[in-house]
Ligand binder design. Structure first.
Ligand code: SF4
Ligand code: SF4
Length: 369
């Protein structure tokens, strides 16, 4: 199942994803198929710039903070000199994430790449087709997020695949405001995960919801030293401020939102819908069940909305495309790491609070922000 936004993606060769400080190490890994091709043909020009990490991963060497194959014109030397099929699969597929499921191949986009974000702006509504993956990309090896060897609850996954088309259809039902659609999805996700929790919007529930979000943001900030996302983490520190009563209250955030966001919100609501639809097609939604996936999705959406308000207030202008792009890119970079998506620490926080409770909190958060 391939979304129209995935088909619409075109790399603009900006070189952004080839900078080590802007992406995660795993992007630089060289897959076995490509490595065999390169070594088999004795292309020393490439092999001499491949190293082995402590975890025994073959990886492209970096020069300073960028891939050593990125030339001074921001173009890829491997692609220019040898051709596409000599690129590591990670480079061939980026920013597409390939997943395999009982239904076939699923492809979604990661939004660390601005051009990927533009695809969800360019598509009024995402549609799906059964187009062949090979019409889009040709990796040497197919590495999927979920293989038949992985140990997951297959019953849960089966239920998820029955649920997904209906859930996407519901998310795209523009007869209702997005907030209402998300509430319905929250209720459905809780039901699917056999949670008996009910969503309520009492002051205590909202406070608890913001508390979980704050805890997650603080945890992510604490991880900043161990990855290459510092600039984004800095921005996370700013949004922590928004939900920290000592600096900026929720009431203040809502005032900013009313001033800078609300007037233009309807015009751009479809972009957030498309962002969420893309998220629904990542395997993350069924890794730990619908309630867990829903919680993660709503935490991302809440963070994007906080960033949108923050950027709009900073630039003193109403919501526009550029603000949406900045907010989405920031959030996806700060929270996601290629196949790991959310860090184990964030997962642990959600589990500590209880998945059903967290999903209920996330649904409430979606209504207040
Ligand atoms: S960041 Fe996106 S547009 Fe830029 S080179 Fe990478 S894939 Fe292409
Ligand atoms: S091999 Fe090419 S596309 Fe891949 S990270 Fe290096 S410069 Fe970028």
């Amino acid at each position: 199942m391939i979304g129209s936004h995935v088909r619409a993606f075109r790399c603009r060769a900006c070189g952004y994803c080839c900078y080590r400080n802007k992406v995660w190490d795993s992007y630089l890994a060289v897959d076995e198929g490509t490595l065999a091709k390169i070594t088999g043909e004795g292309i020393e020009d490439i092999t001499k710039n491949i190293c082995t990490t402590q975890n025994q991963v073959k990886q492209l060497k970096c020069s300073g903070n960028q891939c050593s194959f990125l030339n001074k014109n921001n173009l890829c030397h491997i692609n220019l000199q040898y051709g596409y099929e000599y690129l590591p699969d990670a480079c061939k597929s980026y920013p597409r994430i390939i997943g395999v499921s009982t239904r076939g191949l699923e492809i979604s986009l990661v939004f660390l790449c601005r051009e990927a974000i533009k695809t969800i702006i360019s598509q009024n509504k995402i549609t799906f087709s059964d187009e062949k993956l090979t019409d889009l990309i040709l990796p040497n090896n197919y590495h999927y997020e979920l293989s038949s060897d992985d140990e997951y609850d297959l019953q849960l996954i089966k239920k998820y695949f029955e649920f997904l088309p209906k859930a996407i259809e519901g998310l795209q039902n523009r007869c209702l405001p997005l907030k209402q659609r998300l509430l319905i999805l929250g209720e459905e996700s809780l039901r699917l995960s056999e949670c008996t929790e009910t969503i309520n919007f009492s002051a205590t529930s909202i406070r608890d919801s913001l508390g979980i979000l704050k805890e997650i943001i603080i945890s992510r900030i604490g991880e900043a030293d161990t990855d290459y996302t510092e600039p984004y983490i800095d921005n996370l520190k700013k949004i922590r401020g928004i939900i920290d009563d000592n600096t900026l209250s929720l009431a203040e955030y809502l005032r900013i939102k009313e001033t800078f966001i609300d007037r233009e919100y309807d015009k751009y609501e479809y972009v957030l819908e498309n962002y969420l639809v893309n998220f629904m097609t990542t395997n993350i939604y069924f890794f730990n069940g619908a309630a867990f996936g829903y919680t993660m999705m709503m935490l991302l959406l809440a963070s994007i909305q906080l960033f949108m308000a923050g950027y709009a207030a900073f630039y003193r202008r109403s919501l526009d495309e550029e603000i949406i792009i900045l907010a989405i890119q920031n959030v996806d970079t700060a929270f996601f790491g290629h196949m790991n998506w959310f860090s184990p620490k964030i997962t642990a926080i959600i589990k500590k609070h209880g998945i059903c409770h967290s999903a209920k909190m996330a649904a409430a958060l979606g209504q207040v922000l």
